[in-house]
Design a protein. Sequence first.
Length: 273
Amino acid sequence: MVNHPPIRVGIGGWSYGPWRETFYPKDLPASKELAWASRQLSMIEVNSTFYGSQKPSTFAKRREDTPADFVFSVKASRYVTTRRVLAESGDSMNRFIHSGIAELGPKLGPILWQFAETKLFDPDDLAAFLDMLPDQVDGLPLRHVLDVRHPSFAVPEYLALARRHGVATVFADSDEYPMFADLTGPFVYARLMRTQSTLKAGYAPKALDDWAAAARRWREGGEPAGLPRIEPGKAGSPREVFMLFIAGAKEKAPLAAQALLERLGWTPPPPSS
């Protein structure tokens, strides 16, 4: 039997008012939302860390409240990523890395470094930033993914720099941000941003079928056809895949994630006690 790398599918955060109508059971206490959501999905992107630091005990509780195979990606602090000069973010980066994220233990997935939409590709500045990214914290290996949001990054020079440092790049299914599927790291991180309120699961059934096929292709080391690229694709090694339904009609995000997981044959873990 072949052991494939996992395909993880989820949403951004878990507390959102409309989800009380579209996703959560009516009588579920707010304090149990994470425990419940983590048994319907296989990952969650923590966005609140972008806005402010959190206590180590907060991360530890998230670890305890979720199933053994669940994963959190964590969005890095805006005090690191929205600077005009990224190379000057060393102190803020260190504070974020040592803020308690290691308490997630094996449930810590990629760290997402989301740049400002106005941040242009500056090879020297980005290289200095990438040189500062740590490969571990408290003995826990770290993986990094860059969310680049200015069209100037859509060039071969950026791809080469990111690959040299072994960091992944977000694939954004979006009209607002650069959209290229060139892989730069050892895993795939896709943020799918086109959920529509008029569709039962946010995405049309055919679109969800296509994303399931793309996820399998990525996992196998291939390159899905039909996605925009900067350079020609080539076969690689099997890789872990993270797919998040973010933005768009946010009230539909959990339903889209569940529909994609169903297509991938995912089996939910048992309910929490």
